[in-house]
Design a protein around this ligand. Sequence first.
Ligand code: ARG
Length: 272
Amino acid sequence: MKKFLVYAVLICTIFTLVVFAGCTSPEGTNGETGDEVNGEVEGEVSGEVEGDPEKIIMGTNADFPPFEFRNDENEVDGFDVDIAKAIADALGRELVIEDMEFGGLTQALHSKRIDMAIAGMTITEERLEEVDFSEPYYNAGQTVVVLEDETEIKSVDDLEGKDIAVQLGTTGDLEAHERFPAEKIRQYNKINEGFLDLINKRVDAIIIDVPVAERYIEIKGGCKTVGGVFTEELFGVAVSKENPELLDEINKVLADLKESGQFDELISKWFE
Ligand code: ARG
């Protein structure tokens, strides 16, 4: 009898442990943990979720200063984050930021894991087939970054036969593939690592959006842009095609920011 009791207690304990372990796992089904916003740790958002009306989730890739990057407190910060805050404020919703791979943003909009993608994202024909974009909020284009003492590469036309770094899934990646053979192009999830490889001479050049190129050059030193800007690109906020109401609201906020002068303040805050 005593033995039986011991077994019963043991089995109950194991059962309880197993059930609780399942419930309190800090990892989402996607295996990613939450990100910090305004110093608060947000829970992860997994798989198919129906939007929480109190919150608005911005998807981004925080490897793109000054649009989005991790600040000294390891929070996602930048021009795009300030725009997202203005949108959240206007809608009376709490801003939650999901930092993810750039290439996963449109899929995250489809699965409703995020409500809007603000990631220095260029409005392109291909993307417009998948998602809707707000009115453009920034004007940029691709440029080439090389080491400071580079003399041979003077523009994108001199990249034939060179090893080129790009961020995976970006317009820089597409431009590179349109011009050069795939085996010469190195795709990085984090272009920060592309810069490290440039500095360590493992690649010859980087193709990237000009404002971000300039910021990285400031941070890293030892490199320069050549040949100016060779594409014309406009950045927009992307939302699911199933959410035209949110798109209207975002466009209204952008228009209000421009009219009130706040938009220009943000430009000087982040770009001057
Ligand atoms: N403008 C480029 C594009 O849309 C690059 C954007 C990369 N953004 C980022 N947050 N890493 O493809």
